[in-house]
Structures are given as structure tokens and as C-alpha cells.
Design a protein around this ligand. Structure first.
Ligand code: ADP
Length: 580
């Protein structure tokens, strides 16, 4: 019974399968009927059937429409329409559709490819299909399936892809913008920080300037009061010789103080305007330091402080190329400070040689400078609140000028200091040694006493009568003859007329013909005649121009007596190398 039941079921199943196959066959036979075609034409996908054995390829109306053909226009031959498949897609079509499907029963295959429409444009379609019939003996198959128009899907896919691409691009752009913003943010924070610093500096600078101006008016007023006050007192007819000498001494000291302040102000303005030029000349380093030693030793008015000079070169080989004026200025400033802030012990100055650099130092055993102030003192107008009275005298400009000058000369400056123990300032200069014995006009001058210029004639070219009187007074006592020319023209003329003139002291700013032009003209006929230009302190350019015009040297106004005497003496005691 049981067995019978099972057999019945099997039979029923086989029957159902046979029915279904018959039904399917009937449908595909009907497919070619017009009625069915008309029904199926309402379906959006196309239908196809392929008679593999005969090569016939049947399609319905919708299949033709998808490809833009009218019904019946497409040849019912497989080869004809497979020619329309895009050559890039054909291999997929052939491998999956023609080979795999023929070997595997009932396998549903679907592939997507481009196919050329009747209008010539390419269209994406999906072809789905499976084996409908297989003959076990002949192996002949029949296939069928549907054709789906993918145009819209492809457009949507393309649009989606494009959108995705755009989104990714936008994303990347946003990421870059984000990075830029983050960077801009960091920069803004940095700018902000710098602005705050600049603001603090500006406020600080403003305070310093106010303090400087207040200090300056005091600094200028003190020597000015001295000069004006004591000059007036000199008018007193009943003054003793001692009192007169004392007043003159006060007027002198005050004048130099005033001059030093003005020089500092002019220097700092020129440094800020970038107008200071370094004028390198040949000089004997030891002579320069000896001279500084002599000057400063005199200014120490206590026996509790000893000044020492230490040099390294011998006097015979100490000739170097450097700006003597600026070097002297820096050292003077440092030594003056050392003297100002030292009450007992030793002040040492000098230099050592380190490879291609000279290392100068000024060391004292004075009050010292606290660590936190050691950089501040190089800033303009900075003065550390020195407790001791009188120690604040000064403008707070000296060290900032020193720093700027040292750096302009190619060196650097630094400090080592300990409170109550002392301070050492160091600075370097590039070392350029001169190893020739040739004497140049601008070499440093030795100190000389016992001047006697008997038989010598000096022509003073000066348009200001007061200046002439001063120079005349100054030179008169050395037995020389003085001639006065009041302008450039007169100077040239007097030179031509008088062959006895031994030296000219040439003011550069004169009416009719200026000093440069006069020097130039005189140089043509008198190549050996020494000409010393008188230049205004602030005008460093004048010095260069004067040398170029043919002057042998220059002296800065207000004229220092010793310097002038030494300079003239130098020319009177040397055989001169003719100026080109
Ligand atoms: P100033 O003209 O006021 O002396 P500087 O720029 O030369 O200006 O010096 C600035 C400040 O540095 C001084 O006011 C002083 O406080 C400090 N200073 C400079 N040199 C020394 C030194 N050798 N010992 C102690 N303090 C010094």
C-alpha cells in the first residue's frame, strides 16, 4: 500500500512536470501568434526565442521597439542582431550566453551589454534567458527570455555615480577647505599672538619714549644750565683767576656732555633710518686702544679703581682693516659704563684673537646686572633702576647703539654679569689683517707733544668768521703762518698764488664754490698738498665724499684740539703719497 502510494505520488509529479512543459511550449508557440504579441506588447520588456538548431531568432514587438525598429524590421536571424552588440561587450555575451547556457540546463543567465539602436546610438540592455528545450540525442536547444531596456536605469545609475563622484569631490574639497581653515585658524592665532605682543611692545615703547623724553629734557637741561649759567657768571668783573678757570672747566665739561647726548640721539636716529655706513680703513689696533686707555685713565677719579689694557698683537703687526671711528665709539661707551658702575677693583679691556675674529672685552668689578636685565639693556632707552644716585645719568641709548654698530661691522655683542661681582661685555669683529709696511693717509696717529711748525703755512678755508677765529687761535701758538679764505673760489685762487701753502683745512659747506669742488680743483695742480676736510658730526657721508674729492683725511666738528694738532703734525712729518 505504502509503495503504491509512493508510486502514485511520483506519477502525479511526473505528470505535473510534463503538463508544465507542455504549457510552456504552448506559450512559446503562441508567442508568435499576433494576439499574444499584441498582449505582450503591453509589457515593458521585450520577449525572444532562439531556435538554436535553425538559427531563427524570434522577437516580439516590444523587443523591436526597445531597439527602435518597427515590428518585422529586425531580421529574425540571431547573427544579424548579435552584430549590433558593442564589440567591447560581445565577449561577455558570447561566453556567458552562448557557451555556459548551452552546457547547463535550466540555468538562468542574464547579461548587460550595449547594443546599437536603429538611430545609431548605443543603448544599455539586459538580456535574460534560459534553455527551454534540450534534445538528449541531437543536443539541440531552444532558448527564450526577455530583453530589458536599461536606459533609464543606466541614466539613474550614471546620475547616481556622478552624484556620488561629485559628493566625494565636494567632500574632498570640504576636507581641503577644512584643513585650510584649520591652518588659517592657526595663522590667525599666531597673528593674534603677534598683535598682542606688538600691542604690548607699542605700549611699552610708548612708556619708554615718555620716560626717555622726560629723562632727555633733564639730561639736556643739566649741561645747558651749566653752560648758560657759568657763561653768564664769567661776565663778573671781580672774578679771581681760579674762579674763571673753574667756570671754564664746568662749561667745557657741560659742552662735552651735551655733545655726547646729541651724538647719541643722532646715532640712534641714523641707525633706525638705516643710514649708518661702515667706513673701513687701515688702523693700528694697539694705538687705538692705547689712546683709549690714556683718555679713560684720566677720567677715573678714584685710586680704588685700576684700569688695565691687555693686547695680543705686537705693535709691529697690529695693523688691521676696521672702522676706527665706530670701534672707538663702541669701546668708549663700554669703558665709560664700566667706570660709571665700578667704585673699586679693576676695569680691564682689550682683545683676543679667535680664528678670523677679534674678540674685544671690557670687564669690570662693579655693581653687575641681574640676569633678567641682561638682554633688556641692549634695547633702546633701557636703563636699569640703579639705586646709587647719579648712576642713572645717560640716555639708555649707549648699548643699543653699540649693538647696532657691532652688528653693522659684522660682529655680535654679549654680556656676562653677576650682581655685586661685576660685568664683562664681549663683542667680536671680523679680523682682516694688513701685512704691508706702506703708510696710508688714514692711519691712526701717534700722540705727539712739542709741536713746532716754524716755516709752515696753513690755509684755513672757512666762511664762518667765528670758526676761523677759533682755528686761528688754536694753531697760532705753533709758529706757523695762517691764511684765511672765505669761500671755495678764494681757496683755489690762494693756492694758485701762494706756493708756500703746506696744508689746507677745508670747510665743506662754503658759498660760491663748496669744499668738495675746491679740493677737486686744487688736487689737479697740487697732488701732494695735504687737505683736511672739516665735516659735521652727523654727516658720515660727507667724509666719504670728501675723501673721494681728494681730501687726505677729515676732522669732525666741533673740532677737538688734540686730534687736529696730531693730524696736522702727522702730515708735516710724513712724506706724502700723491693722491690720485
Ligand atoms: P646709559 O647711557 O643710560 O648708560 P646704556 O645703554 O649705555 O645707557 O646702558 C643701559 C643700562 O645698562 C645702564 O643704565 C645700566 O643700568 C646698565 N649698565 C650698562 N653697563 C653697565 C655696567 N658695566 N655695569 C652695570 N650696569 C651697566
Amino acid at each position: 500500500m505504502g509503495n503504491m502510494g509512493t508510486n502514485d505520488n511520483k506519477q502525479t509529479k511526473n505528470l505535473k512536470l510534463a503538463d508544465a512543459k507542455l504549457c510552456e511550449k504552448a506559450v512559446f508557440t503562441l508567442l508568435r501568434s499576433e494576439q499574444l504579441n499584441s498582449v505582450l506588447s503591453m509589457v515593458s520588456d521585450g520577449l525572444w526565442e532562439w531556435d538554436v538548431a535553425n538559427g531563427f531568432f524570434f522577437i516580439n514587438l516590444r523587443f523591436s521597439e526597445i531597439l527602435g525598429y518597427k515590428y518585422g524590421e529586425m531580421p529574425e536571424n540571431k547573427n544579424t542582431w548579435t552584430h549590433l552588440i558593442h564589440f567591447e561587450d560581445y565577449p561577455i555575451f558570447s561566453s556567458y550566453f552562448e557557451q555556459e547556457i548551452l552546457n547547463e540546463d535550466q540555468k538562468e543567465v542574464q547579461i548587460e551589454f550595449r547594443i546599437k539602436c536603429q538611430t545609431g546610438i548605443w543603448k544599455w540592455v539586459r538580456l535574460k534567458g534560459r534553455v527551454l528545450e534540450k534534445n538528449n540525442y541531437t543536443g539541440i536547444h531552444k532558448m527564450g527570455g526577455i530583453l530589458i531596456d536599461l536606459s533609464y536605469q543606466k541614466i539613474i545609475e550614471d546620475t547616481l555615480r556622478e552624484n556620488e563622484r561629485r559628493l566625494m569631490q565636494q567632500n574632498e574639497e570640504l576636507l581641503t577647505v577644512n584643513e585650510d581653515l584649520a591652518e588659517a585658524n592657526i595663522q590667525m592665532q599666531e597673528i593674534n599672538r603677534q598683535l598682542i605682543l606688538a600691542k604690548e611692545k607699542a605700549i611699552e615703547s610708548d612708556k619708554l619714549k615718555s620716560a626717555f623724553l622726560a629723562n632727555m629734557s633733564h639730561e639736556i637741561r643739566t649741561p645747558l644750565n651749566g653752560i648758560v649759567g657759568f657763561a653768564n657768571m664769567l661776565k663778573e668783573p671781580s672774578l679771581s683767576r681760579d674762579a674763571i678757570d673753574q667756570y671754564i672747566q664746568i662749561i667745557n665739561t657741560s659742552s662735552f656732555q651735551l655733545l655726547a647726548i646729541i651724538e647719541d640721539i643722532i646715532d640712534i636716529s641714523k641707525i633706525e633710518a638705516g643710514e649708518i655706513k661702515i667706513n673701513t680703513v687701515r688702523l693700528h689696533l694697539n694705538n687705538l686702544l692705547d689712546e683709549l686707555y690714556s683718555v679713560h685713565e684720566l677720567s677715573i677719579n678714584t685710586s680704588a679703581v685700576k684700569l688695565t689694557l691687555q693686547t695680543q698683537f705686537t705693535s709691529a703687526d697690529d695693523e688691521i682693516l676696521a672702522d676706527g671711528v665706530r670701534l672707538r665709539q663702541v669701546l668708549t661707551n663700554l669703558i665709560t659704563n664700566a667706570i660709571k658702575f665700578t667704585t673699586e677693583g679693576e676695569i680691564k679691556f682689550g682683545y683676543t684673537v679667535d680664528k678670523d675674529f677679534l674678540v674685544f672685552y671690557v670687564s669690570d668689578s662693579g655693581i653687575g646686572i641681574a640676569k633678567e636685565n641682561q638682554q633688556l639693556i641692549f634695547e633702546r632707552f633701557r636703563q636699569i633702576n640703579n639705586q646709587e644716585k647719579g648712576k642713572n645719568a645717560g640716555t639708555g641709548l649707549g648699548l643699543s647703539i653699540c649693538k647696532a654698530l657691532v652688528e653693522l661691522m659684522g660682529g655680535k655683542i654679549w654680556i656676562e654679569s653677576e650682581l655685586q661681582k661685576g660685568t664683562t661685555f664681549y663683542f667680536t669683529l671680523p679680523l682682516t689683517r694688513v701685512s704691508t709696511n706702506k703708510v696710508e693717509m688714514k692711519e691712526e696717529l701717534p700722540l705727539s707733544e712739542n709741536i713746532d711748525w716754524t716755516g709752515k703755512t696753513i690755509l684755513i678755508a672757512e666762511d664762518e668768521e667765528l670758526n676761523f677765529i677759533y682755528l686761528n687761535e688754536l694753531l697760532n701758538s705753533y709758529n706757523c703762518q695762517i691764511i684765511w679764505a672765505e669761500n671755495g673760489n678764494e681757496t683755489v685762487k690762494k693756492c694758485e698764488e701762494n706756493s708756500k701753502i703746506d696744508l689746507i683745512l677745508m670747510d665743506l659747506k662754503m658759498p660760491i664754490l663748496n669744499g668738495y669742488e675746491a679740493a677737486r680743483q686744487i688736487r689737479k695742480t697740487h697732488p701732494n698738498l695735504p687737505i683736511i676736510a672739516q665735516t659735521a658730526y652727523a654727516m658720515t657721508d660727507d667724509r666719504q665724499k670728501a675723501l673721494e674729492a681728494g681730501c687726505n683725511n677729515y676732522i669732525t666738528k666741533p673740532i677737538d684740539k688734540t686730534t687736529l694738532l696730531e693730524m696736522i703734525n702727522f702730515f708735516f712729518s710724513k712724506e706724502l703719497i700723491p693722491k690720485a
